[in-house]
Design a protein around this ligand. Sequence first.
Ligand SMILES: [Cu+2]
Length: 262
Amino acid sequence: MSDHNLAPTPGDRATTFFKRNDVRRTSVIFILWTATFTILGIWLYPKFMPRIMSKEMLSAENIMIWFTIISAPIAGIVLALATNAFLNMHRGDTPPEEGPAVRTNGPVVVIWTVASTIFALVAIVWGIVELNVQSVEAAATSKSAMIVEVTGSQWLWTFNYPEQGIETHQLNLPINRPVEFDIRSVDVNHSFWPVQLGVKVDANAMVTTVVRTTPNKLGEIDVKCAELCGILHAYMETTGAVMTEADFDSWVSQVQQSGASA
Ligand SMILES: [Cu+2]
């Protein structure tokens, strides 16, 4: 046969490759998995995420959703190969002949390298821009910001409001007023994480760390410690709320009175 005497071109090899039954099957499964993960990323994922109660939280969730979508085809190809292998494990088929090595395939190497570089650059540039925009915006509002001094200790969060002259273990904040958290620890390192506000920063013993945000939705917030800080780390949590200014003022006077009577 004269066909066998001719060396196949890369185009011929690609055509033969995509005509193989197992390759076609795997491609269909790949598309199904990728579509599934994309739908999960867009629709289901936000339902399980904490409520968005600040601009910082909104951008954090957007990043999570976009990265889920970008990762979908990567998870898709891995799971497609695994699914195909799983579905065929009892068929007793002779494994198809191995294709040409990928590492000597010029176009594949170029596409792979360029695609990975673009993904990495998008992630880096996006992250840097996002963080800079946030810190510049937050610094611009810092003059009108309400200060809350946050102290982490094993295993308790304490909030001191110097302007209001109160100290509590509950993080209540007025809506739409910029807030500056000045954070420190009296013992080991903790990490201050008011979940729905989308900020998280270490609480260290030797330095005060600062983070700013503006709560823009009413509702409850969870405050957690996000750094392993000892045996009761998992229980180092408290709650609070973003409230109207009137509600916040009456809560402050309540605390002031109970403090005075104590
Ligand atoms: Cu902790």
